[in-house]
Design a protein around this ligand. Sequence first.
Ligand SMILES: [Zn+2]
Length: 277
Amino acid sequence: MTSTGGRWARLEGAVDVEALRERHVLVVGVGSGGSTVALELAKAGVGRLTLVDPDHLEEANVVRHECDDRSLGRNKAEAVRELIRHRNPEARVEAIPLDVFALGEGLTDLVAGADLVAACTDVEPPKHLLNRTALAAGVPAVYAGVYARGVGGEVIACAAGPADPCYACVVSALKDSTSPAVEEDLDYGAIGPDGTIHRAPGLGLDVRLVALLHAKIGLSLLLGGEAPATVLLFGTAAVPGLFPRPFASALVSVAPREDCLVCGPIRADLMSAETPR
Ligand SMILES: [Zn+2]
């Protein structure tokens, strides 16, 4: 207890440490991006984290992951929990070494009990599962992806309010508007769509740049602030049609799609529930 005041002294005035101590974030995927998101949230003072990842740390991970050689072979969620313990020993951290689809009904409870969902996997099916679950619970969620070779990435904020688009709305809007360059493989959790290790090259620092933006926007949502836009695109390199020069960024606001198969029916349910009889 004696060192606690000292630990947070440099954060006071920069962030509401007292409020963050009461917040609970569910982090799904603690690979190279998710480990940074979880660690930075804990370092900002978030008091409770639940980390979900079935994978173990392999040698090819250690040049991009927050964990190093000392955690080789360990489950990533458990290894990151250990890292957090040395940064924010007050935080309550639960590590769940399972795939998000294996949680079944438990996922509904986990999401409903969280103040924010940080989706840190590049596999699309879990993101869509989290989108449906978070929307139904009215819990904000923040998603991210790093483009192949680390040329940039995107952070998508879904505040779960009645006028906010959901992840499915955003994905379909981006598909309609962005260049084919971003339709290449994403590389955040280093897991391919088939669940095998995806060996797309990309520097750890490029992944971390996007992960830091992911954590920063998550922190804003967590404290009741607004995201700067629905989508933040950030390039570390010039990408024709997307990033005119290295270190360009863009903010994209997306409206909810009335024909969205995910949030359309949920929104309709909410509206009818709110209509006075
Ligand atoms: Zn939608």
